[in-house]
Design a protein around this ligand. Structure first.
Ligand code: MN
Length: 222
């Protein structure tokens, strides 16, 4: 983005947070054995008063860059828990934690406080963390993940298969689930290598007793 456009967008994003222009969409997780919806990932949407719907790919990186991701992330966490606590079937609610949010000194307290205030049982909350988040300081990351886990929430490694896909991270950190990056799923139908990779990730997850979610399934064949 042009610098001027970026500044304007950053300014508008600050206002968006204050003036309720942000909302959440809930993308279902379907159990492949029962075909039941067992959970939802909370996804952020921004309806700009003049420019309409702004794609997350345009504003999330910007929010990361200017630090706004921390208050926005807290808003997402609190809103997702509050909106879904009374849903029937008691689905899992999965919330993305950005790297900047994850290393905030108060992150564990923030999560505990949101659970207490909204009344969402900890086992219904899943936190999604990308591998990149863990790499900067693995000791600190392990400490944070262990404390979050102690609250009773579930931990998912997001976008697995891109980046380093370190197997030692899967062993070292207390994850419950990994999410296969959507790029492999998108290629499944016409790329046998993508299929091989997806099979390998699923087999490995079974051996490590991790749940698996395939991101971005759009078609019946996928
Ligand atoms: Mn995610």
């Amino acid at each position: 983005l042009l610098l001027r456009t970026k500044r304007t967008l950053e300014h508008d994003l600050r206002i968006a947070l204050k003036e309720n222009q942000l909302s959440l969409n809930y993308q279902p997780f379907v159990d492949t054995a029962t075909l039941e919806i067992v959970g939802y990932e909370a996804l952020l949407r921004w309806e700009h008063p003049e420019r309409g719907n702004i794609p997350p790919a345009d504003f999330i990186p910007l929010a990361e860059e200017c630090g706004l991701i921390v208050p926005i992330g807290s808003w997402v966490l609190a809103t997702a828990c509050a909106e879904t606590v009374s849903w029937d079937q008691k689905p899992i609610i999965s919330v993305n934690l950005s790297p900047a949010q994850f290393v905030q000194p108060g992150i564990v307290t923030t999560v505990a406080e949101v659970l207490r205030q909204t009344g969402l049982p900890p086992k219904r909350l899943e936190l999604e963390i990308t591998e990149g988040t863990l790499m900067a300081d693995t000791q600190n990351a392990l400490r944070i993940l262990t404390s979050l886990k102690a609250l009773g929430v579930k931990l998912a490694m997001d976008d697995f298969g891109t980046g380093y896909s370190s197997l030692s991270y899967l062993r070292k950190f207390p994850f419950d689930k990994l999410k296969i990056d959507r790029s492999f799923i998108a290629d499944l139908e016409d790329d046998s290598e993508a299929e091989t990779i997806v099979q390998a990730i699923i087999a490995m997850s079974r051996s490590l007793r991790l749940d698996v979610t395939a991101e971005g399934v759009e078609t019946k064949r996928q």
